[in-house]
Design a binder for this molecule. Structure first.
Ligand code: ATP
Length: 519
């Protein structure tokens, strides 16, 4: 073979190898849409150059900072930032992620304090993410919902007897600052121990000390075992505060869809509305009443609509919402409180006047209502709630006149005597939930006038004696009450007799006839 021929064959072979390599070559291309930061403000940024961006899409900024596309105008995009924006500058690059914000969900979150994006706030191990879900999800359809039939016991006599809450209900806790709103919600969480419920405490822009206190109360009472604390601090960017309750709802839905009963406390939605107003004003959305944007009702209604009781075919789980709203100077007709009152299925109103008089929990029974819970109440409450409500409201009316020092007839004197004792009995210290059977025993005794002759300062001891004696003497009856069985006349008679025995020592060593004068 001539050298020319050899060269020709080598070239042919090289050509075919080259062609086959070229055929197999797949360049690794990554397409990223990159925009630019136009300007940065307090918790927001304005971005340009991302024409295909979708609303609510997550954007990535330098320094692992994320934001959500909020305003899509033709020439610029308004973004709410979810982290510290100190180092962000005009001209920085912005990347699309193609996704909405998704938060971790799952059992690994139980017992942890986290922020809305799943970052650990309790200096524990990093969160093990099993699954992520979008923070904005559609509420269950009407056909997927079942009626609310099971009670959610708060362990508070005044709430369980007079303003009962059902699993899947939305009950607003409303009141001025420092009236014990958080305390009621935390007591309810503490009372879910051994009741197979999952709880989520969602703190929005609360003082750090208040959040730390709430979490330590839950830890001390063992409630963190079944609770997740989702927290946005007061100094966190408004964007993070805004998304926190949606993230908490998504975390709750995960458990609801697995058939659990879930309780979510939103503490509080006044501050959530403030965060949204701040963002809207910074992004130049048109302000409306009290400078809130036009969709302020919708941000709360679409979130609370996600609370429900699912049909058995869908697992039968439930998500109960206890949103908290703060009023200024007892003005419940302000914009945000009225919105929330109309969205929810009732409200527990806390009165600063009662708080000052040390009537705690400071629940104003007259201004509180539960539109759903009554149908779910444990059967035994039907023997006590009606009479209790009547005698208490009569007392409240009469008490106003009695202050003028008028001469009182015997009936009025008795109404006052009973009412003062009922009020004393409805008092309850924090973090000390009372089981249903003991509540029934005490409230039935109060209705029957068993406490009428006991001086007010001894009522608490007498009440404790009645509770102890009832559990001791009638454990079977207590079990039946807990199982929502109806009480027979004999059962009621036995409860009243036991209460009569239990309070005897409190009558003996006191001048009975003077008790009314001591009131
Ligand atoms: N039942 C109770 N018995 C005794 N103290 C109580 C009771 N309920 C609340 N308190 C006390 O009242 C104070 C205010 O309670 P809490 O923080 O729950 O009120 P709040 O309305 O949530 O306050 P804020 O407006 O700051 O959120 C706390 O010091 C709490 O310990």
């Amino acid at each position: 073979m001539t050298s020319d021929r050899v060269l020709e064959r080598v070239l042919d072979a090289t050509q075919s190898t080259f062609n086959s390599v070229l055929d197999e070559y797949r360049p690794r291309l990554q397409v990223r849409e990159i925009g630019r930061v136009k300007s940065v403000g307090e918790g927001i940024a304005s971005v340009s150059g991302l024409p295909n961006l979708k609303i609510n899409e997550l954007l990535q900024f330098p320094g692992n900072l994320f934001g959500i596309a909020f305003n899509l105008d033709p020439d610029e995009i308004g973004v709410i930032l979810l982290g510290d924006s100190d180092r962000l500058e005009a001209g920085d690059e912005v990347y699309r992620t193609g996704n909405e914000l998704k938060v971790p969900v799952g059992e690994s979150l139980l017992g942890r304090a986290i922020d809305a994006t799943g970052r650990s706030l309790d200096r524990g191990e990093p969160i093990q993410v099993e699954e992520r879900r979008s923070i904005e999800r559609e509420a269950p359809a009407i056909m997927d919902r079942a009626p609310v039939t099971v009670p959610l016991q708060t362990g508070l006599k005044v709430v369980d007897a007079l303003i009962p809450v059902g699993r899947g209900q939305r009950e607003l806790i409303v009141g001025d600052r420092q009236t014990g709103k958080t305390a009621i919600a935390l007591d309810t969480i503490v009372n879910q121990r051994d009741k197979n419920a999952i709880c989520i405490y969602c703190a929005i822009a609360q003082r750090n000390s208040a959040v730390a206190k709430a979490i330590s109360t839950l830890r001390e009472s063992g409630a963190m075992d079944y609770t997740i604390a989702v927290v946005a601090g007061g100094e966190d960017p408004p964007g993070l505060q805004y998304i926190t309750p949606y993230a908490a709802t998504t975390m709750g839905e995960y458990f609801m869809e697995r058939g659990h009963d879930v309780l979510v406390v939103y503490d509080d939605l006044t501050r959530h509305a403030w965060a949204y107003r701040e963002l809207s004003l910074l992004l130049r959305r048109p302000p409306g009443r009290e400078a809130y944007p036009g969709d302020i009702f919708y941000i709360h209604s679409r979130m609370l609509e996600r609370s429900t009781h699912l049909r058995d075919e869908l697992g039968g789980g439930s998500l109960t919402a206890l949103p908290i709203v703060e009023t200024q100077a007892q003005n419940i007709s302000a914009y945000i409180p009225t919105n929330l009152i109309s969205i929810t299925d009732g409200q527990i109103y806390l009165s600063p006047d009662l708080f000052q008089k040390a009537v705690l929990p400071a629940v104003d029974v007259g201004k509180s209502v539960s539109r759903v819970g009554g149908k779910t109440q444990i059967a035994a409450y039907s023997h006590v709630s009606g009479d209790l409500r009547l005698s208490y409201s009569q007392f409240q009316e009469v008490e106003v006149f009695a202050r003028f020092g008028t001469q009182l007839d015997e009936d009025t004197r008795q109404t006052l005597q009973r009412g003062r004792r009922v009020r004393e009995i409805l008092k309850q210290p924090e973090s000390q939930p009372i089981p249903v059977a003991e509540q029934i025993a005490v409230l039935m005794a109060a209705n029957e006038g068993i406490f009428d002759d006991i001086p007010l300062d001894r009522i608490e001891d007498a009440e404790n004696a009645v509770r102890e004696r009832t559990i001791d003497r009638h454990p079977d009856l207590c079990d039946r009450i807990e199982n929502s069985e109806k009480l027979s006349d004999d059962d009621r008679q036995s409860l009243v007799e036991v209460a009569g025995d239990a309070i005897a020592p409190f009558l003996d060593d006191n001048e009975v006839e003077n008790s009314a004068d001591n009131d």
